[in-house]
Design a protein around this ligand. Structure first.
Ligand SMILES: NC(=O)c1ccc[n+]([C@@H]2O[C@H](COP(=O)([O-])OP(=O)(O)OC[C@H]3O[C@@H](n4cnc5c(N)ncnc54)[C@H](OP(=O)(O)O)[C@@H]3O)[C@@H](O)[C@H]2O)c1
Length: 381
């Protein structure tokens, strides 16, 4: 068997130049030897999540993207980042060639000297830590999750980001004293996991989607409350669902447009249905919306028609995990491992190679972020 020093490592890179050109390419990178508490993983599956797309394409306008090949005959994609605010917002990454891919899974083929690392040789693990769109990746043990016996890399590829975020939402709800949840873009991969968690744990969940077919998909999974924002009666239907569940905390993946404010307004209306007396300051029940995604890039707009007891803020997995502490994080990871192929199952519409990731037609599909079009990258394909 070849060692880490003898292997070449093909890796996908995203470079935004100071000139405003985005360049996506495949490069050979050196592969470090694993340290005592590290393992070398052959990456066999890595999902393309919306957060990966943010790093991959930056603010480039992919509608005008061009395809070419480099001196090795490998694909290269170029596109323009519009001058002005979009380019300025990326100042910290300009002229730096960046690896991409938050998470993935594969087989441990070499390990550092510690017994814990050695014990993983030959085992399948999920891994977190960036640069997963690579053939090989050296990963610290603390960022690995051994997969249950018999689980495939495809089943384990999305073990961290979406499962821990969905569990983190329920944990945040409990810690902040709420008893039911609202979730938007709710037919997403993450939204489907959240439905399974809430049904299992008996947590009432109000799902907000934007198309009738997404509402049908969630109802088919047993979701009780699904509101379609394209329905003419949306605000009334949302208020009814909030009154029925008592949900006073929402996680909004869209971030832009009127939705976050509409949710707060409907929460206030639902609470006031049972109010005994009028208060000009609104209800005293705290209503919270956490924006945790940027699927809609428009500004966040709201009319303050929800009194004075409310909050709107950002929510991100990694600060949550830090705040939750090691014992909680371990318990959440254990649950993901135990329910990997049930509660936390992810569906991919296609498995693609690193080279296929740089194909304009393929990009046109996975860059839509549409329901049911998540792709899995297999760098060994
Ligand atoms: N904050 C964190 O730490 C964290 C961690 C993990 C995930 N996330 C976020 O979680 C969200 C879901 O991730 P995922 O991997 O589950 O996504 P996914 O499976 O790729 O699904 C994306 C969903 O978003 C919907 N969508 C796309 N653009 C939309 C828009 N402009 N308005 C409303 N809905 C829109 C799609 O519905 P259509 O079919 O209608 O397009 C689809 O259902 C993403 O926003 C991601 O960034 C955040």
């Amino acid at each position: 068997m070849s060692t880490s020093q003898q292997r070449t490592n093909l890796q996908l890179r995203s470079l935004v130049k100071k000139s405003g050109e985005l360049e996506l390419s495949l490069v050979d990178t050196p592969l470090p030897t694993p340290g005592p508490d590290e393992v070398l993983v052959r990456i066999e599956g890595a999902p393309i999540n919306p957060s990966d797309l943010g790093l991959l394409f930056g603010a480039a306008d992919m509608r005008g993207a061009q395809a070419s090949v480099d001196g090795h005959g490998r694909p290269v994609i170029t596109a323009r980042v519009p001058e002005g605010a979009a380019l300025r917002a990326m100042a910290a990454r300009l002229d730096q060639s960046m690896p991409v891919g938050n998470e993935g899974a594969g087989t441990v083929v070499e390990a550092g000297s510690s017994p814990a690392a050695q014990a993983l040789v030959g085992k399948k693990v999920a891994a977190l830590g960036g640069a997963m769109y690579s053939q090989w990746r050296v990963v610290p043990l603390a960022q690995c999750l051994p997969l249950p016996e018999g689980a495939t890399a495809a089943q384990g590829a999305s073990s961290f980001v979406n499962p821990l975020t969905a569990l983190g939402m329920v944990e945040t709800m409990r810690r902040e004293g709420h008893k039911a949840l609202v979730h938007t873009a709710a037919a997403s991969n993450l939204g489907q996991m959240l439905n399974r968690i809430c049904q299992k744990d008996g947590v009432p969940l109000v799902n907000i989607v934007r198309k009738p077919e997404q509402a049908e998909l969630l109802k088919g999974m047993g979701a009780q409350y699904v509101c379609d924002s394209s329905s003419p009666g949306f605000l009334q239907e949302l208020t009814d669902a909030l009154a029925a569940t008592g949900a006073t905390i929402a996680f909004d993946a869209t971030g832009g447009g009127p939705l976050a404010g509409q949710i707060l307004g409907c929460m206030e209306a639902a609470i006031n249905r049972n109010a005994k007396e009028y208060s000009r300051y609104g209800s005293t029940t705290h209503k919270q919306v956490y924006i945790y995604g940027g699927l809609d890039m428009r500004p966040t707009e709201f009319n303050r028609n929800f009194g004075m007891t409310w909050g709107m803020g950002g929510w991100l997995l990694f600060p949550f995990l830090q705040k939750a502490g090691p014992a909680t994080v371990q318990a959440l990871k254990d649950r993901v491992a135990a329910e990997l192929t049930t509660t936390f199952a992810s569906h991919y519409s296609k498995e693609i190679s690193l080279a296929e990731m740089l194909d304009l037609e393929v990009i046109g599909v996975y860059n839509q972020r549409a329901t049911g079009t998540k792709y899995l990258v297999n760098p060994g394909k």
